[in-house]
Design a protein around this ligand. Structure first.
Ligand code: TXA
Ligand code: MG
Length: 338
């Protein structure tokens, strides 16, 4: 067992040294915490899969601190791609490109001819990468199948003893993982919705893109390999509650002899919450709800075990599309029904 060290944001020189030695360091981003390893060190990258318990055919994002860092791996970056990078980097947009053959190990790409690149909107992490002098792989720093971590404590809970350290920069601000845009296909295609919206991308490029809305349980193999695995699953069964159905949901909950977790906007929690219900406040809107979603699922797993979690559903537009994509997975697509 390793001793997992928590680094403050002014201690990253030490964390960068660990990365250079091939050790694993979790890092903050604006979306969720990532699990870093030197992307050019195959042995280090392989240990990321082991630490997370992640299937090895599921490729990793390459996290860079500059555009130049990516140019080593990608030829002919299109004008559209350059526009997107200029406008959205650093930020919550991951771009998939065809890579120069052999420029990244199979452990990173899962054997694909493409790789995913992202520059996070977190200055500490960009400095960490620059100090390490290499791009770092960056899957979410959770045990495979669990909700993504939005605090250093979540990472510690899942990966203590398996990684050398965690850089702690507090809670992440966006809370759901980045938008993944495949730029290697003929028409740019969103493989995973996130805080950067498809509509914003279309507006910037002045052309239509494809929204690949694969649902849980669909037979077709999703293009982002990771989307096919069970995800974000807490121990309790999650039921999604449509906004107008909270009163009915509370009536149902009241009749149960079990403890029930309620993840809802503060206005809905203020209604007459039944005694057997344990509240988790999602704040006032879709932004705070997205920030707190994963932490809420973890709260009921680790601190307040419940049989059921009733969780607020949102309209699937704007950031609501990203939020619902995650919530649907954690619920196995189950909605509360009267
Ligand atoms: O916000 C984020 O993107 C976070 C932070 C830490 O940067 N990272 C993250 O990584 O969510 P991960 O590994 O949990 O999710 C990345 C997804 C996976 O579903 C993976 O299958 C997909 O990206 N992916 C990676 N490379 C790909 C490629 N070349 N083609 C298609 N999908 C790819
Ligand atoms: Mg993940």
């Amino acid at each position: 067992m390793l001793i997992t060290k928590i680094y403050k944001t002014d201690e990253i020189t030490e964390a960068a040294d660990e990365l250079k030695k091939g050790e694993l360091i979790a890092f903050p981003t604006e979306t969720v915490y990532g699990l870093g390893a030197d992307a050019t060190n195959e042995q280090a990258v392989k240990r990321v899969y082991m630490a997370k318990g992640r299937p090895s055919d599921n490729p990793l994002i390459v996290t860079v601190a500059s555009f130049e860092m990516m140019e080593k791996y990608v030829d002919n970056i299109s004008q559209n791609a350059q526009k997107l990078i200029e406008h959205f980097w650093p930020g919550s947009l991951t771009l998939i490109f065809k890579i120069k053959p052999g420029s990244l190990s199979r452990a990173v790409t899962g054997g694909l001819e493409t790789a995913a690149f992202r520059m996070p909107d977190n200055a500490v992490t960009r400095k960490l990468i620059n100090l390490a002098g290499v791009p770092i792989v960056g899957p979410s720093a959770n045990s495979s199948g669990k909700p993504s971590p939005t605090t250093a404590q979540h990472v510690f809970h899942d990966l203590e003893g398996r990684i050398a350290g965690i850089v702690d920069d507090g809670a992440t601000t966006v809370g759901v993982e980045s938008t993944i845009l495949d730029m290697s296909s003929e028409v740019p295609t969103i493989l995973r919705p996130g805080a950067v919206l498809g509509e914003e991308i279309e507006q910037l490029l002045g052309e239509k893109i494809i929204f690949d809305r694969h649902k849980v349980g669909e037979k077709e193999t999703p293009k982002a390999p990771g989307m096919k695995y069970k995800h974000y699953a807490p121990d309790a069964q999650v039921l999604i509650v449509k906004q107008k159905e909270w009163n009915v949901a509370y009536d149902w909950a009241k009749k149960s002899n079990k403890k029930i977790g309620i993840m809802a906007l503060n206005t809905d929690l203020e209604k007459n919450l039944p005694d057997n219900c344990i509240p988790y406040d999602l704040g006032s809107d879709i932004h705070t709800a997205s920030q707190r979603l994963f932490a809420g699922l973890r709260y009921f797993d680790n601190e307040q075990p419940v049989k059921w979690i009733l969780a607020a559903g949102f309209a699937e537009k704007g950031l609501g599309a990203a939020y619902m994509n995650r919530l649907r997975k954690s619920a196995g697509d189950r909605f509360f029904e009267k």
